[in-house]
Design a protein. Sequence first.
Length: 275
Amino acid sequence: MTQKRSVFLILLIAAFGILSSCNSYQKLLRSNDINLKYNSALELYNKADYQRALPLLEDVFKFYIGTPQAETISYMLAYSYYKLGEFTLGAFQFKNFAEGYPLSEHAEEANYYYAYCLYLDSPQKDLDQGSSVAAINAFQLYLTKYPNSKHVDECNRNIDILSNKLEEKAVDNAILYYTIENYKAAIWAIRNVLEQYPSTKDREHLEFIIVRSSYLYAENSVDNKKLERYTSTVQYYNEFKEKFPASKYDAELAVIIKEANLRIQQLKPISKHEQ
């Protein structure tokens, strides 16, 4: 019974301490003593208590604009946002810091974390990739400014990850046209992807989709356009076979080219008669 009472007292004292600490922090937030808030924020930040440091930093920042402390507060704000997972705010604040204090000892890290926050803020590939593009640009600019940085390998790795995500999104968007049977748009979109990403791992599949889309586009065309479009199918087929003489798509391609050549032979007399 005595042991249980001791445990209870320890828990009670701990709870009272936490409650007292919370009350003290709430009083600090309501305080008008800006210097006290600043010093407390600095103490909490140095203890990596970013959750409690951040509201104090946000509160005092405007009072220190134009003072020597502004640089410190600005960087602590940015880093606190980053550590708390507020990557959009972190990127914004790191960018402001890097531009506002280009000669600061923290300028290089601010430029890096600006890019890194954008990278962490990059969404899954089916969503808008504005932050991915911005992150790639920021990493590349950082590498130009700091070619000997300790972050070089990480920057290059992150650029590759983001570039692959952009490529996958572009491929998915292009193939979507094929999926919804907009074959003309599929050919145009896929050719653009291949031009933009010439080393894509999906090249063989994409070039096959071009041949198939071209054939289906011809099949669904009005009569006076069919000869021209089947002829394009043969051209796309020949380009494909030049690049991939032994392909996993050969069986299906054989059917497509046979049908396309047959249609061309059937349509040629019609074409001559019309001329």
